[in-house]
Write a protein that binds this ligand. Structure first.
Ligand code: RIB
Length: 299
């Protein structure tokens, strides 16, 4: 089965800082890097590196940034047939600061990602097969993401929604995806519950299932993750790693989960390996360049 990813395609400009600037303050960057990014593109590469057949649906500008965003994906074998070029906006760009603890903040220019609409839905209609996995996030218009999930449900495909970045009041169909994979902040926004410990995280995961998700995985960074499904609520500690940069770790998790499920792995097993893959991605800088390959994860 294929993993079909609908989502954003960006270039990331990543500055390392000792600490984040306060409002009105300037901080020096100790290092600067330009890298391919965007939650959709990242998740497509993550799934590909885990061995899946991957199709990416999205948009870039007709500019010099587009090849920076796409060349790497093409070289690794992600199918870009349904990535379109628009003249209306430039390629999406993320300004990312990473502090010395590995935490990050992101300012996002959506740019060409705003062009992902009717054309993308027509592409999905063409490409999605029953039992494929449709993987979506919240970095393109949510109305389009919702239409895509409806289409996938009608087609008999499996839907995974990574509700990143956190936005309140999403279209209800997204809450009914087969799997919802928020981080702590996103789970708080979706449920209205404050998550200050593991018990609260389990409660939030359960709430997401009560609200319609087939399964909910709440990612807690270095605290690990919890997931809920009809059969119960479970906890998995984080991979014991020295994190230097958490950019894209959630994307690695979602892409790996989709890829492993697409090859027929049980959800519990797929969550375990995806957790390891995400942990490994934090030991290297950037999003896409940090993603481990299958051999490194499934050991
Ligand atoms: O999830 C990380 C991604 O978020 C970055 O690659 C950046 O482009 C933003 O979309």
């Amino acid at each position: 089965m294929a993993v079909v990813v609908l989502g954003s395609i960006n270039v990331d400009v990543i500055a390392d800082v000792d600490r984040f600037p306060s409002p009105g303050e300037t901080r020096p960057a100790t290092q600067l890097a330009w890298m391919p990014g965007g939650k959709g593109a990242n998740q497509a590469l993550a799934a590909r590196r885990m061995g899946a057949r991957v199709v990416l649906v999205g948009s870039v500008g007709a500019d010099a940034l587009a090849p920076q965003a796409l060349t790497h994906l093409e070289r690794e074998g992600v199918d870009l047939t349904y990535v379109v070029e628009t003249r209306r906006w430039g390629t999406g760009l993320a300004l990312i600061a990473v502090d010395r603890t590995g935490e990050n903040t992101i300012i996002l220019y959506a740019g060409a990602n705003q062009a992902t609409g009717e054309h993308a839905l027509a592409s999905l209609d063409h490409v999605l097969r029953p039992r494929d996995i449709l993987l979506v996030q919240s970095e393109i218009a949510l109305a389009v993401v919702a239409e895509a999930v409806l289409l996938a449900q009608r087609r008999g495909a499996i839907t995974i929604w990574d509700p990143a970045p956190a936005l309140p009041d999403p279209p209800p169909v997204l809450l009914r995806a087969d799997v919802v994979v928020p981080n702590q902040k996103e789970a708080e926004v979706l449920t209205g519950l404050a998550i200050h410990d593991l018990k609260a995280a389990k409660h939030a995961a359960r709430r997401l299932v009560e609200n319609g998700a087939g399964m909910a995985v709440v990612k807690l960074g270095k605290e690990g993750l919890v997931w809920a499904e009809a059969g119960g609520v479970f906890y998995l500690p984080a991979e014991p790693v020295e994190a230097v940069d958490t950019v894209g770790a959630g994307d690695m998790f979602a892409g790996a989960l989709a890829a492993l499920r697409a090859e027929g792995m049980e959800w519990h097993e797929a969550i375990r390996w995806a957790n390891r893959a995400a942990g490994l991605s934090t030991t290297r800088r950037g999003a896409q360049p940090s993603f481990p390959r299958r051999e490194e994860v499934l050991t």
